[in-house]
Design a protein around this ligand. Structure first.
Ligand SMILES: [Ca+2]
Ligand SMILES: [Ca+2]
Length: 483
């Protein structure tokens, strides 16, 4: 869930996937991130990777082709698609992405129950249009189609969603108090920061959207916003996705770029209230989640640290949960641009069953740690080193290792699909396993990227105690075309 780059990043790497693929993307989805507002540029993305002119954004609606109103810039087919004059100042932007991938899946639930097994060819196609009716009003829409061939047991519409309206929103933007105010309403992708609470889910085959309204204000070093809506529920088959009225949310954020020692960094507070009425029993309930995140760059060090507290009421009781995430990497000298770093994700579990409180952290719409969904962030400690290389302008590689442990023996193991995959009482050890992930990406040109990703989890004591403790193996070979 970010490509070449991310790779480099390592930390990110885990999650990330190349542009194409993964989650990583947020950052790099577009592969070629764009204009260098340092605060918006993905962490861990070396400057050298940034193109000199246009770059793609993880969220296509963030791309701005206004300047292509200059006909001399529209000197090729791609450029002409980005600013198609309609009448007067009205213009249309057309874009899209096609991702083909072959996945190899083995023991994605560590050997328990019906599991996907074997090779799974996948495609995902996205086409979007952005109609600029004036300087201040636009209508953005996107169709997404995703499909997977093979016997599917585990992920359903996330793998094979058919064709659906993925985004459709109207946006008004106007100056306000020296800054700008954006009002947006409709179906849309949402991502904040390191995507630990809202994410587009780029790694899996079907990206995620929300039916929501947003207010976004920016002025100088400050950003702030408010939002509210519901999650979009993917439904097998085409043109069937719908608003999930059983999973609603509202909240707001405030962020400020920092000065002094922290120049190059931003501090952000994000609050979200969620109300889940159905789904996995563990996560049904009302929660207030408050995140504080500090991210930026200091010299050769990139860092992103987030602290999340969660309160509310679930079916189990009063929610008292938390999460901490850290992703940091240091750029070393050398021709291969080596980077070393650390990534940690620590999510609370319920250490006292039956006492009226619920300590199991609800990771909400977080980006997964890998391209697959075997483990979520609840009751899990995942810590380890990250390594990255950038041997040339077009190639990036990353390797990560994580020790995986239960936070508390009194709580079980949860997947990224909100399922309790092992009960607490199925074993006594905290040791879940050791995970390795790796990726190598090659950016052929601005529009084309190919890569290889793998994840392997060596199942450890707790999984073996549960009786189903086989090692997990996953690999993906992918190519992404982005216009
Ligand atoms: Ca569908
Ligand atoms: Ca409890």
């Amino acid at each position: 869930m970010k490509t070449l780059i991310e790779a480099v990043l390592l930390g990110a790497a885990l999650q990330a996937v190349p542009v194409a693929t993964a989650q990583t993307l947020e950052v790099r989805d577009g592969k070629i991130p764009a204009k260098p507002d340092p605060a918006r540029r993905p962490l861990n993305v070396p400057n050298s990777v940034l193109p000199s002119s246009f770059a793609f954004q993880p969220l296509p609606y963030d791309e701005d082709y206004t300047r292509m109103a200059d006909p001399t810039l529209r000197n090729n087919t791609w450029a002409r698609l980005k600013n198609i004059p309609v009448i007067d100042d009205v213009y249309l932007t057309v874009g899209g992405e096609l991702r083909g991938r072959i996945e190899a899946r083995h023991n994605l639930n560590f050997g328990r129950g019906p599991e996907d097994e074997g090779l799974y060819p996948q495609y995902r196609a996205r086409v979007w249009t952005d109609v600029h009716l004036s300087d201040s009003v636009r209508v953005f829409s996107e169709i997404q189609s995703s499909g997977t061939t093979g016997r599917l047991h585990q992920y359903g519409a996330i793998d094979d969603n058919g064709t659906d309206l993925h985004q459709a929103f109207v946006e008004f933007k106007r100056p306000l108090g020296g800054g700008s105010l954006t009002v947006r309403g409709g179906r849309q992708e949402i991502s904040f920061g390191k995507a630990r609470i809202f994410d587009t889910r780029n790694g899996p085959n079907t990206r995620r959207a929300y039916d929501a309204g947003r207010l976004i204000w920016a002025q100088g070093a400050w950003r702030a916003g408010a939002f509210g809506g519901a999650v979009v529920q993917e439904v097998l088959g085409s043109w069937k996705d719908r608003t999930n009225d059983g999973f609603t949310f509202f909240g707001g954020n405030v962020a400020r770029k920092l000065d002094g020692w922290f120049a190059g960094s931003e501090l952000e507070a994000l609050f979200v209230h969620t109300d889940r009425e159905a789904g996995a029993p563990t996560y049904v309930g009302k929660r207030d989640t408050l995140s504080l995140r500090l991210a930026g760059r200091k010299g050769k060090l990139d860092y992103d640290a987030e602290f999340v507290g969660q309160r509310g009421r679930s079916q189990i009781g009063q929610v008292k949960a938390w999460y901490t995430g850290l992703d940091a990497a240091y750029q070393l000298p050398g021709r291969l641009s080596p980077r070393v770093g650390v990534r940690a994700d620590v999510g609370s579990g319920d250490s006292h069953p039956g006492n009226g409180t619920d300590g199991t952290y609800d990771y909400l719409g977080s980006r997964g740690m890998t391209l697959t969904a075997e483990l979520g962030f609840s009751n899990l400690v995942a810590v380890g080193p990250t390594f990255g290389l950038k041997p040339s302008r077009t190639v990036t590689a990353e390797l990560t290792f994580s020790e995986l442990r239960r936070m508390t023996r009194a709580d079980g193991l949860y997947s990224m699909t909100s399922a309790l995959i092992r009960r607490a009482d199925e074993g006594s050890s905290k040791q879940v396993g050791v995970r390795a992930t790796g990726r190598i990406d090659h950016q052929w040109n601005r529009f084309l990227l190919s890569g290889l990703y793998f994840a392997y989890i060596d199942a450890d004591r707790f999984l073996k105690e549960t009786g189903d403790g086989k090692d997990l193996a996953y690999a993906a070979l992918y190519t992404v075309v982005r216009l």
